[in-house]
Design a binder for this molecule. Structure first.
Ligand code: NAD
Length: 303
């Protein structure tokens, strides 16, 4: 695998450290992003610049995309020709949090008939996991192709956190539903902490008591604490979180599964993105609750 050529498209918060880890592992990588500046550290580390998505794909054995969502995946793969440029036998690995339908459309339009393979392989673990090579990777696709790409996944996550979830689409679904649960936890947590704090109870004492109760969650135990410093985690944009929540709602619609709570949470995320801007942090719904109640969640004082 080390002799394989990798094309990499999408050098944002997640893609930049992932591509850098591939370079550090000695891989032959060509990179493309709509912002050439994003590639400067990679070019300095030995990557080749591709002038377009199609040229990143043309000589690649493996094309990795780490794009915002379905719209950009369709743009890059179909409109800008990356899929058509891939050679028979090559593999497209989409690490974006995207939709099974978009990948299916790409495959039916430009991959399947020419013997180009694909995997969906979205991730969790945030920028820190991407930087440290400790991502969880949820893979959907044929077992034989998963095994072919596994050595590359093992550079980006630990072997025990690379999960083959099932056929095409299973990786996207795993990521979408897992994310949705975290978003629902976040909104529920913001609501009750704001309520308690507005009533005059110290938020940190409140958090500790909930952490010791059956209502505990990772959010209560640790994630929420960063808002005490006014940090709403800008390493993951609230607009991307709203997109992800929308993917859960769309999945429910397609499958005829009722997802009432997810639909409400999606709207709250969208409102936060409209209020604070698309690049505000993924925990901005907490700020929305704070601002609507006229308080800040800060230890030592209630309101
Ligand atoms: P980002 O917005 O920081 O980066 C996206 C990159 O894609 C940018 O560099 C942008 O210039 C580039 N891009 C956009 N459109 C393009 C196009 N048409 N052609 C080429 N490049 C294009 O997003 P991110 O935080 O890196 O997230 C990437 C994906 O990973 C998303 O699907 C996100 O939901 C998912 N994700 C993010 C995190 C996180 O903590 N940030 C964690 C897990 C999964």
């Amino acid at each position: 695998m080390t002799t394989e050529r990798i094309g990499f498209i999408g050098l944002g918060n997640m893609g930049a450290p992932i591509a850098m880890n591939l370079l550090r592992d000695g891989r032959d990588v060509s990179v493309f992003d709509i912002s050439r500046d994003a590639a400067a550290p990679h070019l300095a580390a030995g990557a080749r610049w591709a002038d377009s998505p199609a040229s990143a794909a043309a000589d690649a054995d493996l094309l990795i995309t780490m794009l915002p969502g379905p719209r950009q995946v369709e743009d890059v793969l179909l409109r800008h020709g990356a899929a058509a440029a891939l050679r028979p036998g090559a593999v497209w690995v989409d690490m974006s949090t995207s939709s099974p339908e978009t990948a299916q459309l790409v495959a039916e339009t430009a991959l399947d008939s020419r013997g180009v393979h694909r995997l969906d392989a979205p991730v969790s673990g945030m920028v820190r996991g991407a930087t440290e090579g400790t991502l969880q990777i949820f893979v959907g696709g044929d077992g034989e192709i998963v095994e072919r790409v596994r050595p590359v996944f093992n550079v980006l996550g630990r072997p025990e956190t690379v999960f083959h979830m099932g056929p095409h689409g299973a990786g996207y679904v795993t990521k979408i539903v897992g994310n949705q649960l975290w978003f629902s936890h976040l909104v529920a947590t913001a609501e009750v902490l704001t309520l308690g704090a507005k009533a005059g109870v110290d938020v940190e004492l409140l958090r500790k008591t909930i952490a010791a109760s059956p209502s505990n969650s990772t959010l209560i135990e640790k994630d929420i604490v960063c808002v005490y410093e006014g940090d709403y985690d800008e390493s993951f944009a609230v607009s991307l979180a709203a997109k992800d929540s929308g993917l859960a709602v769309s999945l429910g619609r397609e499958l005829g599964v009722s997802v009432e709570l997810s639909a409400l949470v999606e709207q709250i995320y969208r409102r936060a993105a409209l209020t604070y801007g698309p690049r505000a942090g993924e925990m901005s719904p907490v700020k929305l609750y704070e601002d609507l109640a006229g308080i800040k969640l800060r230890p030592g004082h209630a309101s």
